[in-house]
Design a protein around this ligand. Structure first.
Ligand SMILES: *[C@@H]1O[C@H](CO)[C@@H](O)[C@H](O)[C@H]1NC(C)=O
Ligand SMILES: *[C@@H]1O[C@H](CO)[C@@H](O)[C@H](O)[C@H]1NC(C)=O
Length: 363
């Protein structure tokens, strides 16, 4: 790395800009808005499972946290300590994307796609993080969780690193992550219907695949698969904390056993991709630490998300129908690109996906 010092300085600058902007945004909460959000919080709408934030008494941090010795904490606890979750905060107005070269490079391949995000989100901060910048940004964000940095460096394929990076940047900073080959069709400010107050939601996800056919397992790893090419979150969301912990545990275990170099592209779906993402979300929905599972009516699984045509809130997660993030695929009930519920269109060029994760219609 010839330019590693320069890259670290650029990473620090990016973080400073994002930090200043997030202060400006959070101070725009008026007391009336805060009251409003507490009201929404108190009366959870019908049909959603009871949800308790991971920090029941979480309030806006006004005092600096005392220094503690974190070296004996688990990765999960270190992450929780570094980035606490508060569902009452606003969704940060950030858009994160990653690619091997920057948008300023004359050979940048995704100019139209990238511009669509800026056009639909003129007040958002939008950053394309290059492969050179990413590890430096992570060094600044995860200095207190060395296992995360070790995991990132140990992951043997670029696509594994790219998957891990999206969870990490959203966990630390929040906002929207979207793959670079994805077109924004509608502003994220319009993604949630009025019936789902933004103060009650900390994570917005979309259905990637709902293959209602007997041979679905030949094509997809899960009966309902949530996509991870576009995700919106508030910082510190427990689903992100869990998937980061799982990936770190798995990677460091493989590293210790000398098995990492044997990972091949077909392993990506389960290791960092949509299969582990879907499993982590489903486990969250059935986790009694967050959900009043006993009071809820039965466990939550793919049946709760098949055939959806409108958005649905489960606890603090908004699940968008397949049309929202996968319009125009011509199957599995997905609407067209001009459907009012179509929010982004994914191109499947910017990240490598195994054949089985591409849409069936092409064959
Ligand atoms: C992975 O998790 C298991 C179960 O919690 C734990 O016993 C093990 O030490 C972890 N391994 C690593 C490398 O973190
Ligand atoms: C999920 O579906 C089950 C039936 O399969 C139902 O009993 C339960 O209430 C549903 N939960 C939610 C949150 O939709």
């Amino acid at each position: 790395m010839i330019n590693s010092r320069r890259a670290l300085i650029v990473a620090a600058l990016v973080l400073t800009v994002f930090f200043l902007i997030s202060i400006a945004h959070s101070s725009s909460d008026t007391p009336a808005e805060l009251l409003e959000s507490q009201k929404h919080h108190a009366q959870s709408p019908e049909g959603s499972v009871g949800y308790t934030p991971s920090h029941p008494h979480a309030q806006r941090q006004t005092v600096q946290k005392p220094m503690v010795d974190m070296s004996h904490m688990s990765v999960y606890d270190k992450l929780a300590y570094a980035y606490p979750y508060d569902v009452d905060t606003k969704f940060p107005a950030f858009i994160w994307q990653t690619w091997k070269r920057s948008a300023a490079d004359k050979d940048f391949e995704f100019r139209e796609q990238e511009a669509s995000w800026t056009q639909n989100h003129p007040t958002f901060v939008h950053e394309v993080i290059t492969d050179e910048l990413a590890p430096n940004l992570l060094r600044l964000l995860y200095a207190t969780v060395p296992e995360v940095l070790e995991t990132y460096h140990a992951l043997p394929l670029p696509v594994l690193k790219a998957d891990f990076f999206r969870y990490l940047v959203l966990y630390a900073r929040g906002g929207i992550y979207s793959d670079i080959d994805t077109v924004s069709l509608k502003s994220a400010l319009e993604w949630l219907p009025k019936s789902i107050p933004r103060e009650t939601v900390g994570l917005v996800i979309g259905v990637e695949a709902d293959p209602d056919r007997p041979d679905w397992a030949d094509w997809y790893s899960r009966r309902i698969q949530f996509c991870q090419w576009t995700i919106q979150s508030k910082p510190g969301h427990p689903v992100l904390r869990d998937i980061i912990t799982r990936i770190a545990n798995q990677t460091l275990t493989y590293k210790r056993e000398g098995r990492l170099s044997r990972l091949v592209s077909n392993d990506v779906v389960d290791f960092t991709g949509p299969a582990i993402w879907t499993d982590t979300i489903m486990d969250y929905f059935n986790d009694e630490r967050y959900f009043n599972v006993a009071k809820g009516k039965g466990s939550i699984d793919w049946r709760n998300f098949t055939g959806m045509t409108t958005s649905k809130r489960v606890g603090d997660v908004a699940v968008l129908p397949i049309t929202s993030f996968s319009p125009g695929v011509g199957q599995m009930g997905a609407g067209e690109v001009d459907d009012p519920m179509a929010f982004v269109q994914h191109g499947f060029e910017g990240t490598w996906k195994p054949e089985s994760e591409r849409h069936i219609g092409e064959t």
